[in-house]
Design a protein around this ligand. Sequence first.
Ligand SMILES: [Zn+2]
Length: 375
Amino acid sequence: MPELPEVETVARDLRGHVLGAEIISAWGSWPATLRTHPLDAIGPALAGRRIESVGRRGKQLVLGLSGEAILTVHLKMTGQLFVVPRGAPADPYVRLVISFSDGRELRFRDIRKFGRVGLYAIDPGTQEPVREVGGAAVFAGTGPEPLDEAFTVRAFRSRIRSRRARLKSLLLDQAFIAGIGNIYADEALWAARLHPLRSAATLRPADERRLYLEFRRILAEAIIRRGSSIDDYTAPDGDGSMQEHLLVYQHAGEPCARCGRLIRRVVVGGRATHFCSWCQRLPAADRTSAAAILRTMTPRAGSAAVRRGGRWTELDGDAALGRTADERARAAERARARAAERARAGAEQARARAEQTRRAAANRRARARDGSGGG
Ligand SMILES: [Zn+2]
């Protein structure tokens, strides 16, 4: 699912295409896509408005509209936005089309249909987007933006110190911090050397600081790389490349970039979680509560891990890795790519050696000619 860096990328791309565009009509084809309006009401509600800003809040796009309103787009699993000339070929997965006076359209395409679009008024009293005047603000339950300047390590500390949840669940909680999802939670926890099942209550000040610095660093890097184009994510101006720089997410069964031991995958609260059990130790206090989740990784009797004292962190065998078929296929693909790369590098070296030999021989011949001619 697109997370903060992906949605930020879509917002930045879209800004270049639709800022100032005037909406003349809109139509939807799937009722559940629209959070706030019936299908036949969205056109009249949008017509005549101009797009005045394109931004993001958490994992949602926020289009500021003339007439004191915003349009939010939550891409969820498979949502995509494209700006195309009217009349460009459409497919059955386009759930909402917004037509502009300049002959172009903004199309919301969503295969799985989990994406949601909402049109909200700005409350004149609070200046917050609301479903109805006097009602709750749309983003009232959304936590702070992790890359905001105001979100200091101090602010993060004061938030996390009141929490006891497991770190993975906490990072995914949009009310705790906005915009982090499965990909960047796993990457940040690995980078900060913190176990995903660790309780926030066990963090020391140095752990809190490392976690804060790492999720900010990774999110910022992912924005520069235009996000991770995994599954269906793409942006109006093209794919991202962060997926090539992820170190644990969907890398189960491959060596940890830090210690070389194999990355593992467990399912936590229905979400796949990737980590290195060597670099990301679980404190003793958290082991009992994490046992049920980690039971799938219990080493078989007689395995090396049991002989060493039954530490679940030291498992071996493919079954303990919890890889999906996809990850196995990708790991095999990457292994093939690495082998091909080694072969290429080998061939390159051989060519370089041959070239050196050829030059040395040519020099010898030249010296020999000079020697014989000048004598
Ligand atoms: Zn490791």
